[in-house]
Design a protein around this ligand. Structure first.
Ligand code: PHB
Length: 355
């Protein structure tokens, strides 16, 4: 019987085990969005994960929403990432890059003075995380439909850049209240054109992005992440089950390498809506990657009972570079220090001890 330590193949990516390092924002790149040497070390240290999904990585300057994010749209960024993928591959690991556009979750000070863009001019509650600390969000500018092909093209170029940088694939970030999720959910999408209103219309941009990326680099190298009920970033929807069952069924046409699902609210956010993740899983014809607060026992159970083909672990991989070995041995885990999650030095980044 399969468990977390059994190999699995996701599209063209062969994993030696089913423990995936979830995407984790760490804010330690250069001002130009280039991954630094300490990030090469950080990812290399975690190469025994069956698969690493990088921190969310902007596809364009307008995709940025926090300080010191790495990008994947300049030559220097590609060169920086190539050092990461070479180091992970040299250790026998696999790594995909998470492609990100933050939409309204940004601030003009992070966008050379530009106003953040979104499906609709709906300002999120909460504060933007900027170089000057936390500041109120601004009302975003609603994207004109004529601008959307440019955003699709940015995803395509970022995917091609990712191939040049040596990644095993890409993960399209359509979760957690960022641009593609803002289109999907009706709390943030108030459009009256073919990209708003019906569920089919709200899912249109995601399907266009997915088709274009699949056409560019091959479906066996493309995963996708959804978070049906995550309230983070002031997100809501009037009928999440209908939206995400539809999206899951539609995505089947692309034969994706995997579907990655955040099964609740992140950052400790509670979830108001009941949601049947098993129903979504049963609709999904691609390998299913489950995420959120799994431990070893629940991870093994999810694989044994067919709920998941792989399980993504976030915070445990921050604090335990050798998480796979620790699970194997039932060894104690290091505690993560949340004060060093976002930004800083090697401290709390590359200095967690192995067994
Ligand atoms: C975060 O920085 O808090 C963050 C970034 C990307 C996500 C979720 C959370 O998908």
């Amino acid at each position: 019987m399969s468990d977390l330590f059994s190999p699995v193949t996701l599209g063209s990516i062969e994993l030696s085990n089913r423990m995936v390092m979830a995407p984790l924002t760490r804010n330690r790149s250069s001002m130009e969005g280039v991954p630094q040497d300490m990030s090469v070390t950080y990812y290399e240290q975690r190469a025994t994960a069956g698969l690493i999904i990088t921190e969310a990585t902007p596809i364009s300057p307008m995709g940025h929403g926090y300080p010191l994010l790495p990008g994947i749209y300049t030559y220097a960024q590609i060169v920086g990432w190539k050092k990461v993928t070479d180091a992970v591959h040299a250790k026998g690991g696999k790594i995909v890059i998470q492609l990100w556009h933050v939409g309204r979750i940004s601030h003009p000070s992070l966008l050379n003075g530009e106003t953040p863009v979104a499906p609709s001019a709906v300002k999120p509650a909460g504060k933007a995380f900027t170089f000057n600390g936390l500041v109120d969000y601004v009302e975003p500018r609603a994207l004109d439909a004529s601008e959307l092909p440019g955003i699709v093209a940015d995803y395509v170029q970022a995917s091609k850049n990712a191939m040049k940088a040596g990644f095993d694939g890409v993960e399209i970030h359509s979760a957690n209240g960022y641009l593609l999720d803002q289109f999907l959910r009706d709390g943030s999408n108030k459009r009256s054109d073919i990209y708003g209103g019906s569920i089919e219309n709200r899912a249109r941009l995601l399907m266009e992005v997915t088709k274009a990326v699949v056409d560019a680099i091959g479906s066996d190298k493309v995963g996708l992440r959804l978070s049906p009920v995550n309230p983070f970033n002031d997100m809501k929807d009037s009928d999440p089950q209908a939206v995400f069952n539809y999206v899951t069924a539609q995505l089947n046409q692309f034969n994706l390498a995997y579907l990655h699902v955040v099964e609740g609210g992140i950052h400790g956010g509670g979830v108001a809506d009941p949601f049947d993740f098993d129903a979504m899983r049963k609709l999904c014809k691609s390998p299913y990657m489950a995420n959120l607060s799994y431990d070893k026992a629940r991870g093994n159970a999810a694989i044994a009972n067919g709920h998941a083909d792989a399980v993504a672990y976030g915070v445990p991989f921050i604090a335990n570079p050798d998480l796979v070995e620790r699970f194997r041995q039932d060894a104690p885990l290091n505690e993560a220090d949340s004060t060093s999650f976002y930004g800083g030095t090697e401290k709390g980044y590359t200095d967690y001890p192995t067994l």
